[in-house]
Each structure stands twice: as structure tokens, then as C-alpha cells.
Write a protein of this length. Sequence first.
Length: 403
Amino acid sequence: MSPVLVISRNAHVVGLVQQAWGPDGYAIAPEQFPDNVQALLIDLHGVPLPTVVVLDPEGQVTAALALAVDLDRNFHIASVLVTDRPAEVSLEAMRAGVRDIVTPDAPVDEMKRALERAASLSGPRVQQAQPGVPGVPGAATQRGKVVTVASPKGGVGKTTVSTNLAVGLAQRLPQSTVLVDLDIHFGDVASALNVTAEFTLPDMAHGPAAQDALALKSYLYLHQTGLYVVPGSESPAAADAVTSKDVVNLLDTLATQFKYVVVDTAPGLSEHTLAVLDQTDVLVLVTSLDVPGVRGLRKELDTLRDIGLMLESRSVVLNFMHPSRGISVTDVEASIGRKVDFQIPQSNSVPISVNQGIPLLQSGSRDPVAKTLRAIVDSIESEKVGNKGRRFLDFGHKKEATQ
């Protein structure tokens, strides 16, 4: 089994991990909880870093979450947090890259499942030790780009944008792209692609697919364009079983298997959408070209900035532009406080495409809308994303219920 390290001064927690994982589980009990990998290496006294780290910080939660960030972003090592306050710290832990949370009095089986899930996410990403630092996994396989399509309100075209971008990326390199419908209650990705799939999001968030990357890929629907698809739930009741933690685990696994993971989210900033945004490399914000839509875009941008999910590098695109809308590009720029980079003209080909279940980029359309969508795909494909530089693209969109 893969090695698991537990950082804890609680003998019960150490025993719990060792019962769950066997002889490959080992422990350290530092006085000061390490808040970065270099500090952890000092406490390990030359012992190589493990595949999974169990963090039991007691009162030093801030240090533990800082260590989780360093482990995840720079060394691709998964972490499991032990806390008796899971509800209070879950959002911060999720943003720090923690893969699972268990309580100190959890049964052995629950700890074992958490460790198995974390190990399945760590392993595929680690290849070799970092030069000059023995035992530190540093050279990892490149993580795929997570491209998220979101909006402040519904009926503004998220799914149309999502499906076209995903198809466009898949056409460049077949089977390199997966589209995930994370509008978990009322997603329309399947109908937009004319797809009838055997498995849906809840099937992939739980069971064998949630624990094994190879099993997960067998659950995906392969579209005729070479695009893999995770369809949304068939019922709101089934969707309720999908947690934000399930979403993070799913995206992490998919990003190890695909060059691009395109995500269609629900309107607004729900817990699930926030979980997705924290994993996002390229953000597509869709809004209607009217006063409520533009104000909604501005508020969403302000909110993302306030909670630390907004980066400096962004592009703004207004979709389905038409002078009869009564709002100019200058008006939009004044409202959101920056220039508009792309404008997509209004076209009757869009509702026809939606009703047929054939995205414009699938049909090979020469429509001006398709031309601009391809330019957006170009911009995503050429974007360089690193640990400290995620790209945010903001899209405006005409208010049409079918788009």
C-alpha cells in the first residue's frame, strides 16, 4: 500500500490511522504543527514524503491548512483533515485542497475510505523526486485545465457556451476533453448534446468511479465529436446526494486524466459552484446583455474578488451583440470597470442549434457566432496556467431561455 503519514499528538488518532492503513502508516508528533513542506521535512528527519498526509492539528488549524495548500499545489500530495468541527472548517479545508474530513472518533472503516480516496488522487500525479530534495515528489504529470462556465442568474446561455467550448476543444484533440454538468438539479448538457447516457453525475461521484480513475473513465459517455461527458442528475433527489466534497474529488480525478475539464455550473454562487471555482483555471462568466444582467456580472466579479477567487488576468466577452438591445459596449465597460475584449453577434443559428442538440462548432457552421467561439477556444488553448496564475474569462450573453 502507499505510505500514509499522520501528524498528530493524539494517540487515539494515530492508532485509528494505523488500524485503517496497516504497517504503511507512520506518525510524527511535533510541538509546533508545520505550516509548509520544508518545515515538515525537518520534522521527518530524512524520511521521504508519503502519498497521503493526515492532519490532526487540534488548535493549530491555520497551520494545517497552510500545509495542505503547499502539499497539494506544489507536491501533489493529498491530505485528510481530522477535526471535531467539520462544519465550521469544511469550506476553508476544501479551498486548501484537503481531500476529506473525518472526526477523531470516526470508525476505522470511515478513515480507511477517506485514505483510499486521497491515495487514489495523489498517486497518478506523482512521478519522481524533486531534484536536490530527496524524497520530495516535485516533478508531476501536468494537471489538465479546468474551464468553468458560470453566471449570476439563469437563462443566459451557460450551457450553450459550455457545450460549444467543450466540443471545440475536443475537435482539436479527440478524447482530450471532458464536459461535466454541475448544474446538479436542472442541468441541460445531455439535451444540448442530444445524449442519452447510462450513467450520470451521482453515479460518478459515489461508488467505484469515485475511488478509481480507470473505473471513472468507464462511466463517462463518449460523444461522437470525441468529447467525454458527465451528464447531470436525472432527478433532484439523486442530485442532493452529491456534496461539494464529491465535486472536488471528481474534478481532481478528471484533471489527472484529461487535458481539459469543462464545467457547466448552476446559476449563482452555491456551495458546489464555489467548490468548482476554487479548482478553476479558466473562468467563463455568462451574463445577459441587459441592465440586470450587467449588474449581476459586476456583483459576481466583486464577490469573487472579495472572497479571494479573482485573479488579475481576465478577458471580457459580450455574446450576441445587437444595437437594438439598448446597451452599448461602452455602458458595459463603465459598469464592470474594464474593457470588453470580444463581441459575439446575435444570430438565429443559436436557438436552431440548441433545439437540434447539435452545437455550432460540431456542425462546422461558418456563422459569425461560430467564428468567434473558435477564437475563444483558441484563447483557452493557448493560455498558460501555473500554480500562481489562473486565467479568468468573463462572457456576456444574450438573454434567451433556449440559449
